[in-house]
Design a protein around this ligand. Structure first.
Ligand code: PFF
Length: 457
């Protein structure tokens, strides 16, 4: 597998597996475990999970296919691609992608810093039994700043040193291991008393909730975040594709892998939450609190502490693998920003990476000081702006580029019926649904921003 560099001589993936692996590496990250469990806890469990699957299938996969199409068609970084294919009026969409990459990475790195801290402290046997207090002590303030800066330094270092290739190889081994470990943990969680109640919460929906606007909004936002959609990240990776891959099938593969990891993570977290009576602590199904955001970070150690010394080893291994998953996602976030700067200002890759990596690290400081700020950034950039990006991408592909896009998709996907279905979903379903989601999301985002600007406590 080669690791393409978006410079003047464009590289290409040597194999289909190389591309899929990078795309899965971007999609699978903190979103699948940290975010999925916290949002499932916030959103009432099963109804959220079902709506999430619906979004991934009917909006996520077609839109991911669209991003792949634009990438492969243009062979350019997203900012250049949307301007060149759509016309100068579409340039702001490219800038929006960059804003999303910058904004998401700034707080993503704070959470990735928590995973580093947990991995190290678990082997030192330093994660307190009172995991709520422990999470509180490491998730904000100086400890969080320190680990956030360390994570950003590593991400920048990896991109500058060009050791991405080695990292991708490592990820190739660690990701299946992480999944295997999750499966084992899910098997163990199934043996806990109370697991039935956990599954009930996670898997048995209350029908009324399926039409609850708050839950619909959470599910849509989570689908975009987890699939790395709406900000050109996967477009960037697809721009290094030359071969005649079936882009629809590739999108389906990435989405299925992404969903598999998140789903099994839920099978671990919720039985633990019910067995150890953590529901109240994390505010299950109620108003979001700092603890809700820490669902994964409290549930997992609480469960594994009960296994004694072995538990510490497992916690550490789990967070090391989660850290690797986070780094492969962080690289794709940074890549969107760096590629835009290289193309737009003709900076060298090293300069663009160091300067913007530093700015993003500074941009993450408020999130390291305040979980309220982190949540507000997550709702605004990680949910709302990604949906806005997805909405405009569907318009660009569905209305401005349809014949070209269809021809590009046909290169690898013969079935006319499948392409028609894709075009229908991108032209009609995605824009209408995403517009509604955007409108419904405004009050949710506003509620998250209010405490940050001091409007409520
Ligand atoms: N999909 C990543 C995750 O689930 O952790 C986060 C992410 C990466 C979002 C890249 C957006 C993106 F462009």
């Amino acid at each position: 597998m080669t690791t393409p560099e978006p410079t003047t001589t464009r590289d290409a993936w040597a194999t289909r597996a190389g591309f899929i692996l990078a795309a899965v590496g971007s999609a699978v990250g903190l979103g699948n475990m940290w975010r999925f469990s916290y949002v499932a806890a916030e959103g009432g469990g099963a109804a959220f999970v079902i709506l999430y699957v619906v979004f991934v299938t009917f909006i996520g996969v077609p839109l991911m296919t669209s991003e792949f199409i634009v990438g492969r068609l243009s062979q350019e970084s997203p900012v250049v691609a949307v301007r060149r294919l759509g016309g100068s009026g579409w340039a702001p969409l490219g800038w929006l992608f960059v804003v999303c990459g910058f904004g998401i990475l700034s707080y993503y790195s704070v959470i990735a810093g928590w995973t580093m801290r947990y991995a190290v402290d678990a082997v030192r046997n330093a994660i307190a039994i009172d995991t709520e207090a422990y999470f509180g002590s490491v998730s904000t303030g100086w400890p969080a700043i320190f680990t956030h800066l360390a994570f950003m330094a590593m991400t920048v270092g990896i991109v500058v040193a060009g050791v991405k290739r080695g990292l991708e190889r490592t990820a190739l081994i660690l990701m299946p291991l992480l999944f295997l470990m999750l499966l084992c943990l899910a098997g163990w969680a199934a043996t806990l008393s109370g697991s039935g109640a956990g599954y009930g919460y996670y898997l048995k929906p209350q029908l009324g909730e399926l039409v609850d606007p708050d839950i619909i909004v959470l599910a849509a936002g989570q689908a975009f975040f987890s699939l790395s959609l709406g900000m050109g990240a996967l477009m960037t990776y697809a721009s290094y594709l030359r071969s005649r891959e079936n882009l629809g099938r590739e999108a389906g593969t990435v989405a299925a892998a992404d969903f598999g990891v998140a789903f099994v993570a839920g099978l671990v977290v919720f039985p633990i939450v019910f067995h150890f009576g953590l529901g109240e602590t994390i505010g299950l199904g109620g108003a979001i609190s700092d603890n809700t955001v820490g669902t994964l970070f409290m549930a997992l150690p609480t469960g594994l502490h009960s296994l004694g010394g072995l538990g510490n080893v497992v916690i550490s291994a789990f967070f090391i693998m989660l850290f690797v998953a986070a780094i492969t996602s962080a690289i794709s976030l940074l890549e969107v920003v760096v590629a835009a700067v290289i193309d737009g200002w003709r900076w060298t890759r090293t300069k663009a990476t160091i300067v913007f990596g530093t700015l993003i690290a500074i941009g993450g400081l408020p999130s390291a000081f305040s979980i309220d700020f982190l949540v507000a950034a997550d709702k605004f950039v990680g949910n709302f702006l990604l949906i806005v990006g997805g909405f405009f991408t569907s318009l660009l592909v569905g209305y401005r580029l349809l014949p070209q896009a269809d021809a590009e998709l046909a290169d690898g996907l013969d079935s006319v019926a499948a392409r028609r279905t894709w075009a229908y979903l991108v032209r009609y379903l995605a824009p209408v649904v995403l517009l509604i989601v955007m409108i419904l999301m405004v009050p949710v985002v506003w509620d998250a921003i209010k405490p940050v600007i001091g409007l409520t406590g």
